[in-house]
Design a protein around this ligand. Structure first.
Ligand SMILES: [Zn+2]
Ligand SMILES: [Zn+2]
Length: 269
């Protein structure tokens, strides 16, 4: 991830510009977000003299280049210019906690994956597990990625609830874990769209926290087709199960895995 400074110089002295400046800049930031060019949804804008600035996190150093813009971004920039707000961007540097993006020349498959603390793109390369900027993929919904971004936001909300263990924990965990949940259905739909446009498989991850016993966990079958799907060794230190037919991934229930670790039992029995 890269930190970018986004600035707007005011070319026209007009009180009306100041009144609508937060809407104009907000629209551009939202359009960049829905096109995967910037991450997050909080962008404090501050005024200094005749100019306005904010900082944004981008997937790549060149994410704000015009060549990645979609029609909504170009329209938002044009509206800013019409109102006398002249855009300038500057790369300030690499984010200090940055995950390295995927640099594989041709990933064999992808994974739709996020967590409550993840800032990066929910598209991961299955080979190196590095994130891939959304705009590197064909748009999934009306020239944007609104379905993928909406899935990520819903997933992170559920993951936050299950981590906080106080409100709707069971319901949130079910959404993350069950192949029939609304969250899983929307994620699987995104995977299908992305797989069709890229010609590569997209895997969907089913989180699992509770398990009856380690034995039943190790014998668990794919919830899509009922076939064996155990992976040894585990993949990217996260996934113990993978079904190449249903394109699903999962893990040994975390409560069983932690029990196993505390007893120093082998993990590949
Ligand atoms: Zn990769
Ligand atoms: Zn399956």
């Amino acid at each position: 991830m890269y930190v970018n400074l986004v600035s707007f110089a005011t070319a026209i002295a007009d009180d009306a510009v100041e009144e609508s400046v937060s809407d104009l800049i907000g629209d551009l930031l939202a359009a960049w977000r829905m096109n995967g060019q910037i991450y997050g949804s909080e962008w404090p804008i501050h005024a200094h003299g005749e100019a306005f600035s904010t900082t944004v996190l981008c997937p790549e150093e060149q994410s704000l280049d015009d060549r990645f813009n979609n029609k909504y971004v170009n329209k938002a920039i044009a509206r800013c210019e019409m109102k006398g707000l002249l855009l300038a961007t500057e790369v300030l540097g690499k984010h200090i906690e940055s995950l390295s993006p995927c640099s594989c020349s041709s990933p064999s498959a992808y994974v739709l994956f996020t967590t409550y603390v993840t800032l990066v793109s929910p598209i991961r390369c299955i080979d190196c597990f590095g994130p891939i900027a959304l705009y590197r993929m064909k748009a999934t919904s009306s020239d944007e990625y609104s379905d993928v971004i909406s899935w990520q936001s819903n997933y992170q909300s559920c993951d936050t609830l299950q981590m906080n263990c106080a409100v709707l924990e069971r319901a949130a965990t079910r959404e993350l874990s069950n192949i029939e949940s609304n969250l899983s259905k929307s994620g699987l739909e995104c995977c299908k769209t992305l797989a069709n446009s890229s010609g590569r498989p997209y895997y969907y991850y089913l989180y699992r926290y509770y398990g009856r016993s380690l034995r039943t966990e190790l014998e668990r079958r794919c919830p899509g087709c009922g076939n064996e799907w155990r992976l040894t060794p585990r993949l990217h230190d996260l996934f113990d199960f993978k079904c190449d037919h249903c394109h699903l991934l999962s893990n040994i229930a975390l409560d069983r895995r932690w029990l196993m670790a505390s007893r120093s039992e082998p993990t590949t029995s």
